[in-house]
Write a protein that binds this ligand. Sequence first.
Ligand code: PLP
Length: 402
Amino acid sequence: MALLNQMITRIKPSPTLALMQKVLEMKAQGQDVIGLSGGEPNFPTPQNVCEAANAAMSSGQTKYTAVDGTPELKQAIIEKFSRDNQLDYGEENIIVGTGAKQLLYNAFMVTLNPGDEVIIPAPYWVSYPPMVQCAQGECVFVETRRKDGFKLTPQALQKMITPRTKWLCLNSPSNPTGAVYTKQELQALGEVLQPHPNIFVITDDIYEKIVFDQQEFHTLAQVCPDLKERVLTVNGMSKTYAMTGWRIGFAGGPAPLVKAMKTLQSQSTSSPNSMAQAASAEALRGDQSFLTLWVQDYQRRRDDMVTRLNGIQGLEVFVPQGAFYLWVDCSGLLGARTPTGQILESDMDVADYFLGTAQVAVMPGNAFGMSPYFRISIAVAPELLTKAAQRLQQAVGKLEKS
Ligand code: PLP
């Protein structure tokens, strides 16, 4: 009898985490590799947040907490949703988890029956499809188009709806493209969903605070109040507050769904980390002014790298409106011959070539469900970004074009 079940044999480890691990190993071997494949801010966690964790530890807040989060953190989250998103939630609507990732996983696990469908616009964050598969759901991918800014259109959504549709999964600002949905675009999607009371929506707002060019962030439950009872609004501390290692995410949604997610959590991981929860309450309630500086910094890096990469023949960058990634069309490199005689046939070949020749790690678009593209993170020190762009330029210069 085989040890592993069918579910785990169907899914693969996270490709982004795998490549980050490979970069760490290459660095440990002494190689001068620049990792642009990960998704975590290069800023340190703010000092007031670290101090709140220290204070929690010193004052004995080192025990299990309520499964769905401490009353203090839940209150800070209720205030955040009200202040930033004009969303009115009670305690019964809020759950804190070990990262947004756990909450997304919980939501799929407690709602999907075998064969239920989840509409996922592509390109997508790498973990949505495996999570849906773990929960025995079916992914229904909708390829978005560059001319639509890589955003799902109402027409495309309409076409994908079936009697088995359980969820639509929206992510704005998007990982990997950085696309940000406007209020009108969300309302137009909401209109399509209106006559389908059995369809629920996950909005993954984890990059909410990282938006450029004075663009305003909107979330579906806010702009379509009559859908609020069908929306799970997911957010977290990782990206906004540079708290990836603290592992705290949160979500607001309909009470019966939140209760079921809490039940699953109570039988799997129990409460999230107590000190990290105290730190998160401070992050949400404390000074936010550093964020303006961080976002300005990301925007400068974006502008600089867009110019540099667009200057490399064969690459074309989609200018992101948010998050901290660049989504790069590399179709212009396909068919080219490398110095060792290999023909670049896919974005995976391009990423391998860049890692081997330029020692720059980029994530192939294939991992996000769209080719031929690659994603780079700009949440990396500017001098490393500049060096990476120069290396990519040199590597492309060595190719023999078809
Ligand atoms: N959602 C998106 C779109 C992400 O990019 C990530 C992390 O990369 C997550 C969720 C998970 O975040 P967390 O660290 O809170 O689990």
